[in-house]
Design a protein around this ligand. Structure first.
Ligand code: SF4
Ligand code: SF4
Length: 389
């Protein structure tokens, strides 16, 4: 029989993703009315420090619901990643207030679908696309990416008539690094055993965090929450035993399949304790090196070293998986790949081999999209997998 989660009562001020996203609309409207400019972003590779140093507010654009996909499919092929279709659908139908408020969109040439989608988006919005190299170990790739960051800097300076000084960049880097440390500490609550926090709540909180535009308040709130949850864990859970398997999630971003897959995993009797993907610790594992003399080079180095499957080879992903599986005492790995995401789908063969042969842990691959049509099948597979552990 499956064991219930050892839930603790979460702090009352805990961010609900949908609520924070909605409240964010009003805050954004106020900020726009006060003369602030906004940059819409889609990906973890976007060097947010340059945006902040230009005095703009970066906002992650909506790409997690099925509703907007019907608009996208008028222009885009049906068999495209739902994340790309969802982003484009919101944009082309003008149904995302954050897109509407964005003065510029900053994209990167990550996967094929995304970079071609930006071309279409450029027909009705000001889109700046950064050329992301597909290799992150070569010296020339670093030079190219550094140059792309300079180009972004110049573009923002010209469009918004501002000067992005080294001083402003360093200030943005310091605040950004603090934010990374705080979020990493928050995610590390998942290392506690039994885990104090549902993995669904954990990923929702990370996404909700992006809709709080007051960086000081945001940092303060995440520190408070981490402390409160740790204290509650010490009081209510420390020393208790649980048989619930501890799961690491890897693969594509999972904001759009939270209900369909993540909730089912936890309802079926497991605890998601860590996300290796862009919905979790990936970007927080490495800080921007504050000892490098040139801030643009420091920013370039950090972002180029991200372990997304669009990079080839992508060795860092395996190093991170190795460490995270050990540090979070993971019992099994579930890889979630969005339909038609070729880079993650192909790389999954290596991930499976690494997890099963090198780490000796069970591995499960789920490929899905944002519709609920396969929810029954997904649930059955998850239950069977967890029973096997
Ligand atoms: S998975 Fe890759 S392409 Fe997608 S948001 Fe993350 S870094 Fe960007
Ligand atoms: S999930 Fe895959 S296909 Fe979709 S945007 Fe990210 S890298 Fe591209």
């Amino acid at each position: 029989m499956k064991e219930e989660r050892n839930n603790i009562k979460l702090p009352s001020k805990f961010d609900d993703f949908n609520e924070t996203r909605k409240n964010g609309f009003l805050k954004m409207k106020e900020l726009k009315e006060s003369g602030k400019n906004v940059a819409g972003i889609f990906c973890t590779y976007t060097p947010q420090e340059v945006i902040y140093a230009a005095g703009l507010i970066p906002v992650s654009l909506c790409a997690t619901t099925e509703d907007s996909i019907k608009y996208a499919e008028r222009d885009l092929p049906k068999n495209l990643c739902p994340l790309i279709k969802s982003s484009y659908g919101f944009a082309v139908s003008d149904t995302c207030p954050y897109f509407y408020f964005s003065d510029i969109i900053i994209g990167e040439t990550t996967c094929d679908g995304k970079k071609k989608m930006y071309e279409l988006m450029g027909d009705f919005k000001d889109v700046h696309v950064m050329q992301l190299p597909q290799n992150n170990t070569d010296e020339l790739s670093f030079k190219l990416w550094t140059n792309e960051i300079y180009k972004l800097k110049r573009r923002l300076e010209e469009k918004f008539d501002v000067e992005i000084t080294d001083e402003k960049l360093w200030e943005a880097i310091k605040i950004g690094n603090q934010e990374r440390r705080n979020l990493k500490n928050f995610f590390e609550l998942g290392k506690l055993n039994p885990s104090p926090l549902s993995g669904v709540t954990m990923s929702g909180t990370q996404d909700a965090f992006g809709f709080n535009f007051d960086r000081e308040e945001k940092n303060k709130s995440i520190v408070e929450k981490t402390k409160e949850i740790y204290e509650l864990w010490e009081k209510e859970l420390k020393g208790k035993k649980t048989n619930r398997p501890r799961i690491l999630i890897t693969g594509c971003p999972v904001g759009g399949v939270r209900e369909k897959i993540l909730t089912r995993i936890e309802e079926a009797g497991a605890d998601i304790v860590v996300y290796e993907n862009c919905s979790g610790v990936r970007e927080k594992l490495e800080l921007i090196d504050e000892t490098i003399e040139n801030p643009i080079e420091a920013i370039a180095k950090k972002y180029l070293n991200l372990s997304c499957s669009v990079m080839t080879p992508n060795e860092k992903r395996f190093k991170d998986l190795d460490t995270l599986i050990d540090e979070y005492q993971v019992d099994a790995v579930i890889e979630i790949v969005l339909q038609a995401c070729h880079t993650f789908a192909v790389e999954s063969t290596k991930v499976k081999k690494f997890v099963t042969e090198k780490k000796g842990k069970p591995y499960m691959y789920i490929e899905s999209d944002y519709s609920m049509t396969d929810v029954g099948q997904v649930s059955t597979r998850i239950e069977a997998f967890l029973e096997m552990i």
